[in-house]
Unconditional design. Structure first.
Length: 461
């Protein structure tokens, strides 16, 4: 349940609808929004969502009996058993409409972030940077879709001075309504990569979807983009917004005197300010540069930005370096697509290692008709990135094996299931090894990480 600083009457005004069977005194009550019929119904406004396989409208009568003040329902779903409700065309779209109206009550700076890779890390880094000056609210986890974005906006408080809102997509025209609801002052696009190709088609389709983040950008707002990305580098300012670029090779926000620590964390200068990151790899450098660009746009002193980023650590299952029993594990199994997998391989490929470099790769999901080729390309990269061994798991993972062998790699194994690969690892992991574990969320590769952390390695004599 979410407690909104809004009366039911104000909610109805935003939704442009009228209540049926709701007493006038109820309209003065504050909105306690409930979308889960398993929660307590007493005093709530129930908001059923109709999905592809499930329709929560069936719970409206029971929620009324259990004490719900009213429900917001689809016009087409109205049933004679509904006693207190407000009709809308579509409760999912109405949720965004309410979120848009609600966020207008708050005076704060809003930053919207999207991209194929690095959204969540960039969001967390940006929150850390802005928190140096502002009381900052941000998306919890990766609740970044048509339900998650409204939930983020409904959690705004009048004490907040800034908000960072992550926006994701799995198909066409999903970013636009999220941006329109949020009305950001600043929008960030981290990069364009091969993700969700099943519905977006190709990289141009991904770009066309991500660029829709400007749909709700405020007049004279700022769009921040990755100048090293071959599509984003062509984005130009318009009369409605300016463009600020970041990148390692080019961009307004660009690192100077760049070097890498022993753990492959970036050490660099921007102007006279020294930055040292606490998270490894090129991809984390790009995420940090985006956060720096946001911080500068909102007038955070560069010294404070550097402090915030120096103390930033990885979020769960995103390039987390874990010390096991005499060997190291890089856990990057929150999600996977070709560009994020390539960056992870590059990071580990450049690390100093006493033992073996081992890649444990699960399927990259939702890549559409190009899935086989993309898995093969990643497999071919494994030996190029100085790996000694590849363990591939999943239906599409056979293509990893094919790609690695095409580049002459011998030490390659394929497994159908996660338990099988865990069993093999228990026999081969040795002291001094470093392992990259990566795959799409649906592959549950975190089970491999958990097993590795409890393994006893083969010790060198």
């Amino acid at each position: 349940m979410l407690k909104l600083d809004l009366t039911i009457g104000q909610m109805l005004e935003i939704l442009e609808t009228e209540a049926v069977g709701v007493p006038a005194r109820t309209l003065k009550r504050k909105v306690n929004l409930c979308m889960d019929s398993r929660e307590s119904a007493k005093g709530v406004v129930f908001w059923p969502i109709k999905g592809a396989r499930f329709d929560a409208h069936q719970f409206v009568p029971q929620m009324e009996k259990d004490g719900a003040l009213m429900s917001v329902v689809n016009q087409t779903a109205i049933d004679p058993n509904f006693k207190m409700y407000a009709p809308v065309d579509d409760t999912t779209k109405a949720l965004l409409k309410l979120a848009k109206g609600y966020q207008k009550f708050f005076k704060l700076k809003k930053v919207a972030i999207t991209g194929s890779n690095g959204k969540t890390t960039t969001k967390e880094m940006t929150k850390a940077v802005l928190s140096m000056k502002y009381n900052t609210h941000a998306t919890k986890g990766n609740f970044n879709n048509h339900i998650g974005v409204p939930m983020t906006l409904f959690q705004l408080k009048h004490s907040h001075e800034a908000a960072v809102v992550e926006m994701g997509t799995s198909g066409p025209d999903e970013i636009r309504p999220l941006s329109l609801a949020t009305e950001p002052d600043i929008a960030v696009i981290t990069n364009i990569g091969a993700s969700h190709l099943e519905r977006l088609g190709d990289l141009d389709g991904v770009f066309n979807e991500k660029i829709n983040i400007v749909a709700g950008l405020k007049e004279n707002g700022t769009l921040i983009v990755n100048a090293d990305d071959e599509r984003l580098c062509k984005v130009k300012a318009t009369k409605h917004y300016k463009v600020v670029t970041f990148g390692v090779r080019r961009g307004v926000v660009k690192p100077e005197k760049l070097k890498w620590t022993e753990n492959l964390c970036a050490d660099f200068y921007i102007g006279r300010t020294h930055f040292v990151l606490n998270v490894p790899g090129d991809h984390n450098l790009y995420d940090a540069l985006a956060a720096i660009a946001v911080g500068q746009a909102l007038r955070i002193p560069k010294g404070d930005i550097a402090k915030a980023l120096a103390s930033f650590t990885s979020t769960s299952m995103r390039m987390e370096i874990k010390n096991a029993n005499g060997f190291k594990v890089i856990s990057d199994c929150y999600n996977a697509n070709p560009s994020s997998t390539k960056m992870a391989l590059q990071t580990l490929g450049n690390m100093r290692v006493e033992g073996k470099r081992i890649a444990v790769l699960g399927d990259m999901l939702e890549l559409g008709k190009e899935s086989g080729n993309l898995h093969k390309q990643i497999g071919a990269l494994v030996p190029e990135m100085n790996f000694d061994m590849l363990l591939a798991v999943g239906k599409e993972a056979k293509k990893y094996v094919e790609g690695a062998k095409s580049r002459g790699m011998k030490n390659v194994q394929y497994f159908e299931t996660v338990p099988e690969v865990i069993s093999e690892l228990s026999e081969i992991v040795a002291e001094g090894d470093i392992l990259l574990v990566k795959g799409s969320r649906g592959m549950h590769m975190e089970q491999v990480v958990e097993a590795l952390l409890h393994m006893v390695p083969v010790f060198k004599v």
